[in-house]
Ligand binder design. Sequence first.
Ligand code: PXG
Ligand code: PLP
Length: 441
Amino acid sequence: MSQYVARPNNLEAFWMPFTANRQFKQTPRMFVAAKDMHYTTDDGRQVLDGTAGLWCCNAGHGRPKIVEAVQKQVGELDYAPAFQLGHPKVFELASALVEITPPGMNHAFFTNSGSESVETALKMAIAYHRVKGEGSRTRLIGRERGYHGVNFGGISVGGIVSNRKMFGTLLGGVDHLPHTHDIERNAFTRGLPEHGAELAEDLERIVALHDASTIAAVIVEPMAGSTGVLMPPVGYLKRLREICDKHGILLIFDEVITGFGRLGGAFSSDAFGVVPDIMTTAKGLTSGVIPMGAVFVRDDIHDAFMTGPEHLIEFFHGYTYSGNPVACAAALGTLETYREEELLTRATELAPYWEDALHSLKGLPHVIDIRNYGLIGAIELEPIAGEPTKRAFTAFLKAFEKNLLIRTTGDIIALSPPLIISKAQIDELFDVLKDVLRTLD
Ligand code: PXG
Ligand code: PLP
């Protein structure tokens, strides 16, 4: 087949991220093009994107406003130094973004990824307490099963064992809340699980152990994505917010997945009603087209830094590519697409249909839980005894053969299609997945 020549003849040099390299290189899976809801493989197949790439292509693929914005920008101003210099688009973008952040959260710091957004937020939290005269507040509290990217701060507050165990002692002064996953009590819940709000009380135990005066921030994903789509129990986030307020601890929501429409609003607070002090984002900010992240902070946190002599740098932090012009253009084109097509609220509209279609998989072999919110869903499979992850990975391979892209983590299948998915495509997605699940050993 003619497309086949697109496959490079040497796959050795590229060390692939989070990939079984040797297995992949024996039987490579390659995409060569993408448009709207579909990828094209190098053997000419159209694959339905059930995962928005890696939870990032929220506007779908090859969207004209984004493509045009990037093409125009790269010819006009390719790069401008990020430190002590600016360019118009980065200010325009920050202003546009704070229009959709929660009230009182009107400042944006740009990064290149979710991992960098997390490092930035953790450093901001510690430095904020210091500029406020509370330099003893350095401790960071994460949560078991949390995913906050792969840099040292992020894996330290994160709670995914395989991402941590190889890398030494990590950051000191970190503690963890318990995760909220409880299949025994909450299996097959539609929307937010009823049981588990009391798990937030564990923060009081941690505060009692370390004393509030040593704690800078709590960081959680409002909905934990990477670990297998764990919804917050009803009342849980509100309780975390109350305990943080009581003790002067900053609450950071890692919205790298939940931001930009996944839950049916711009950010998780639109869905769950709890507003953090700092939000980390990336992915949907540019619909995955150009790497970019943003950290949003409450005004008084930003303002606390804006003291001292005006010629001095207020925050010793930033990246060569913070606010890169081409990334800014991609983000502005993305926001325009979201606005014109009302994509940031589309998940709310589609949620009932999505939920019914997803839960129709109940009763299929090995399915032990199904969960959903907005345009996100997960199907948890019983692991094969002694061979965890194998059953779900087999489902991934079979789905790929049947022209459907799904994502698996452990024995959990995660689904998060682009927000432009049609009802007919939702039907197609679950028809294929049913076929796949029926044939699993
Ligand atoms: N925080 C959260 C909550 C994330 O989900 C990151 C930080 C890190 O972002 P970067 O851009 O540095 O990767 C993430 C990223 C998966 C999967 O399939 C999830 C992520 C990335 C890749 C795959 O679960 N989440
Ligand atoms: N390492 C070296 C030697 C550098 O000079 C720089 C940036 O100037 C970095 C790392 C950080 O790179 P970035 O700003 O792209 O994160």
